[in-house]
Write a protein that binds this ligand. Structure first.
Ligand code: TMP
Length: 253
């Protein structure tokens, strides 16, 4: 069978050339990594869940006018997205202290922040994605001042949308990371939400019990990761009724 041309292989996804110019096929793998890939595992069903969850969040964002790269889901593991130039930043929005921010500032995990706080990390695995300031970003040309204004506005709109959707199903959006891509429409360029939005890139805590429903379950060995992601998907009404298991692929010889 002819294989599509691979464009890029990341830790959790592979990108292939899309069927039309300006499109890309994004394939969600089952690989899980943490701490810059020092910890690795294959978690059966994770890719299927993230494909479905990212489709759900990106479609919701598109519907309220927040532009994203998402076009449509192709199958259980693949989605068609718009080709874009990824801005080399990880854009993090935090509503409650957790993870690296809690460590860095000596805050107790779960402390509510006075307002959403946006942080930028340089996307560079060799350097461990270091935190950078707007000064670094503008001076080194990773994004312009106008881009930064647009990125901030996108990030806060995603935060409002995601916080509301999650609150509606009893989940607190503690923090999340997005990536932003540049697309060209004729003479204009604009920025859109790219990559994925899934429990791999968010912190999601059950509002009642505090149970973690995100990749910290893997990072911190807190239990079964697919159970946690399945819980998020079923609360959002994405799991087939009466079946909370992700269908397992069967090998056809
Ligand atoms: P942090 O507290 O470890 O800096 O993570 C902040 C948020 O960003 C959290 O929701 C997890 C997400 N994240 C990623 O999506 N990719 C990464 O490589 C890291 C370190 C964090």
């Amino acid at each position: 069978m002819a294989r599509r041309k691979k464009i890029y292989e990341g830790k959790a996804k592979t990108l292939y050339e899309g069927p039309e110019p300006g499109t890309v096929v994004q394939y969600f793998k089952d690989d899980a990594t943490a701490f810059n890939a020092e910890k690795k595992d294959v978690i059966e069903g994770k890719g299927v869940l993230n494909n479905m969850l990212s489709e759900y969040f990106m479609t919701g964002l598109n519907n309220i006018g927040v532009p994203t790269h998402f076009i449509r889901r192709i199958n259980m593991r693949e989605q068609l997205v718009r080709a874009c130039e990824i801005v080399p930043l990880e854009v993090i929005v935090r509503n409650y202290a957790a993870g690296s921010m809690a460590r860095r500032l000596g805050l107790e995990e779960g402390t509510q922040l006075p307002r959403p706080i946006v942080e930028y990390c340089l996307k560079n695995d060799d350097l461990g994605d270091p935190l950078v300031t707007e000064e670094h970003i503008a001076a080194f040309g990773w994004a312009s001042q106008q881009d930064l204004d647009d990125i901030l506005s996108l990030a806060l709109r995603v935060n409002d949308f995601m916080s509301g959707v999650m609150f509606g199903v009893g989940i607190r959006l503690v923090d999340f990371k997005i990536e932003v891509g540049r697309v060209y429409d004729g003479d204009y360029q604009r920025l859109i939400v790219a990559d994925e939005i899934s429990p791999d890139s968010c912190r999601l805590w059950d509002i009642e019990t505090g149970r973690k429903l995100d990749k910290d379950v893997f990072r911190r060995d807190l239990g079964n990761l697919t159970d946690a992601y399945t819980e998020v998907a079923s609360r959002l009404g994405l799991m087939p009724k009466g079946n909370t298991q992700v269908a397992r692929p069967t090998l056809i010889n």
